[in-house]
Design a binder for this molecule. Structure first.
Ligand SMILES: Nc1ncnc2c1ncn2[C@@H]1O[C@H](COP(=O)(O)OP(=O)(O)OP(=O)(O)O)[C@@H](O)[C@H]1O
Length: 249
């Protein structure tokens, strides 16, 4: 990835996201500062994936706004389960998908870009996997592959949805090293995570969400016992059939 970065932050202005009539993210305001490394945590169903998809431009706000500070290339690492591993596609071609926004899906790929894909596979420890069908990979190898696809996108803002889910300690450490490198290069990294120990150790900023933003700021403060309890209670207070803007009793 290239070393020089233009500052790329994102502001949420009273952002509400819904699925049908269900609120998934509710009147959230705040800022992912340029170059920040933020964990998004919260109970199941708290709206974390929906928020990430909205930041990637894949989910339209019901109300409020997502304001980008600066011109940024954004890349999303979806949850591992979102990848169709039964589809017969080789690892090289999965990595190449990361080049589509720049090269188009159906154009020939220049040798330089093929080399870049090979380097990305090597960087995640998958040298020699170019022709392997994706369905033959273990969960950890598949997550490495998705990181290689992210690498070739050379994005200013990286959105990671449970990047260390279903991977062992070695893979997790290797991928975390990449995340730290991206942060060190001035990229803005936003990751949905469930492992609070990892968050406390490696993520300086945290957004604790339970549809509403419970806390957003330095991780030590955001993850206080009081805030975590509040997040649990808020998650229980939101019924799935709740009307937009109403908390069920
Ligand atoms: N496509 C969809 N259609 C209808 N409702 C949805 C859809 N996707 C998510 N939801 C609902 O929106 C709410 C938030 O879901 P989301 O996946 O964003 O939560 P999450 O915090 O990422 O959860 P988890 O930690 O379990 O992955 C949930 O109530 C969920 O059922």
């Amino acid at each position: 990835m290239s070393a020089t970065r233009s500052p790329a932050g994102i502001r949420l202005e009273n952002l509400t996201l819904t699925h049908g009539r269900h609120p998934a993210v509710h009147h959230v305001s705040g800022r992912f500062a340029p170059g920040s490394l933020t964990a998004v945590v919260g109970p199941n169903g708290a709206g974390k994936t929906t928020l990430l998809r909205a930041l990637a431009g894949l989910h339209k706000p019901e109300s409020g706004r997502i304001a980008h500070e600066g011109t940024a290339r954004i890349a999303l690492l979806p949850q591992l389960a979102a990848l169709d591993r039964a589809f017969p596609i080789a690892c090289r071609d999965v990595v190449m998908q990361g080049l589509w926004p720049r090269l188009g899906a159906f154009r020939g790929v220049p040798q330089a870009e093929r080399d870049r894909a090979a380097r990305a596979l090597a960087a995640v420890g998958l040298s020699g996997f170019e022709d392997r069908p994706v369905g033959s990979l273990s969960a950890g190898q598949t997550q490495r592959l998705l990181f290689a696809r992210l690498l070739v996108q050379d994005a200013d803002i990286l959105l990671l949805d449970e990047p260390f889910n279903a991977v062992d300690a070695k893979t997790s450490a290797d991928l975390l090293r990449l995340v730290r490198e991206w942060h060190g290069e001035g990229r803005t990294v936003i990751a949905v995570l469930h492992d609070l120990d990892l968050v406390a150790r490696d993520f300086p900023e945290t957004l604790l969400i339970a549809r509403d933003a419970i806390a957003w700021g330095p991780t030590g403060q955001a993850l206080s016992a009081a805030n975590r309890l509040k997040a649990r209670m808020m998650a229980e207070a939101w019924a799935d059939e709740a009307e937009h803007c109403h908390i069920a009793a």
